[in-house]
Design a protein around this ligand. Structure first.
Ligand SMILES: [Zn+2]
Ligand SMILES: [Zn+2]
Length: 338
């Protein structure tokens, strides 16, 4: 009889269950990983609120230990600590061979598994495993969202001396702040609707000025020289507010998900044209840059400990999700440990 483990499932509206299910069996090209840490992502809230019409497993920001490797896996071995890419590239499609691995989503992935990262074990394809050492599992699980932050910062194409707005100070935007600095920004403005812990971390992470858009709306804030770049990790409705703040030739990098009527926005296309603006989407799938991200965490360029605000056991997944939903200003990244 197969051995059992605990695994969490989600269903709309905001329902959660921890069930006893079989530990997945390894197969060719796949690896069984004991989950040591799995971060809660904004997407997990979307599953609970909108997406999970039927019960489904969740959790995709995983760090753990390899416990069993299937045939044909040579890149990791039992006992290795690994962070898991939430999607990988295949290495042999036309996009990959043309040097654009960032446009490939053809590699095997764990999304159709019976259980995912909020569980004691996860089955993962060999393509997505990135070995690491010298980091706690909680901090290593930040490699995935830090990769998202790095993707949006690369998308913003920051040049030396740029004046940059980082809007919507969740975990991703907060981790983007030190990256924006390293890319050469001369001034970084961190803005968020609510205040609290996020503002403090934004300052600690190097934002030169931090403000609440509830207290000072964006169009009233005294930006020193306008904005050359904006990294927007906030609701779509903020984009038409950011556009008029941009300097000629400015670039807005956007990451955000919204469902329903609030997903649709409108803006003045003439201003967009005559100001020579660029609006660019960042969607970090496949998940890239793990080696860089793990090194940034290891070297302390991004202070992972400051980003992880809460660590909670798997058994408390329901209460934890409610806590994230209800008290946003004190919650940064929450990590579940089975
Ligand atoms: Zn995520
Ligand atoms: Zn490919």
């Amino acid at each position: 009889m197969a051995k059992k483990m605990q695994a969490a499932y989600v269903k709309v509206p905001f329902q959660f269950e921890v069930r006893e299910v079989p530990i997945p069996e390894v197969r060719e090209g796949w690896v069984l990983v004991k989950v040591e840490a799995c971060g809660v992502c904004g997407t997990d809230l979307h599953y609970a609120n909108v997406l999970a019409e039927d019960w489904q497993p969740f959790g995709h920001e995983v760090a753990g230990v390899v416990v069993e490797v299937g045939p044909g896996v040579y890149t990791v071995k039992e006992g290795d600590k690994v962070a898991l890419e939430s999607a990988s590239f295949c290495g042999h499609c036309a996009n990959c061979r043309n040097g654009r691995v960032d446009l490939c989503n053809k590699a095997p992935n764990f999304w159709s598994n019976e259980s995912l990262g909020f569980a004691e074990y996860i089955l993962a394809p060999k393509e997505c495993l990135v070995p690491f050492d010298g980091l706690s599992f909680e901090v290593a699980s930040l490699a995935e969202p830090l990769g998202v932050a790095l993707d949006v910062v690369y998308t913003a194409d920051i040049a030396l001396g740029n004046e940059v707005l980082v809007l919507g100070l969740g975990a991703i935007a907060l981790m983007a702040i030190p990256l924006v600095r390293m890319e050469g920004a001369s001034r970084i403005y961190g803005a968020n609707r609510s205040g609290g812990r996020r503002m403090d971390v934004a300052r600690r992470f190097g934002a030169d000025e931090v403000f609440s858009t509830t207290e000072t709306p964006l169009d009233q804030y005294p930006f020193r020289k306008g904005l050359d770049r904006a990294v927007v990790a906030a609701a779509p409705a903020t984009l038409p507010e950011v556009m008029p703040l941009m300097n000629f030739g400015g670039i807005i990098a956007y990451i955000g998900i919204e469902y329903g009527p609030r997903a649709t926005i409108s803006f003045d296309a003439n201003d967009f044209h005559f100001n020579k603006l660029q609006l660019r989407a960042s969607h970090a799938s496949p998940a890239l840059y793990f080696p860089t991200c793990l090194q940034l965490l290891k070297d302390g360029h991004v202070d992972g400990e400051a980003v992880v605000s809460h660590v909670r056991p798997l058994a408390q997944i329901a209460e934890t999700m409610e806590m994230i939903r209800d008290c946003r200003e004190d919650v940064l990244k929450v990590v579940i440990t089975p």
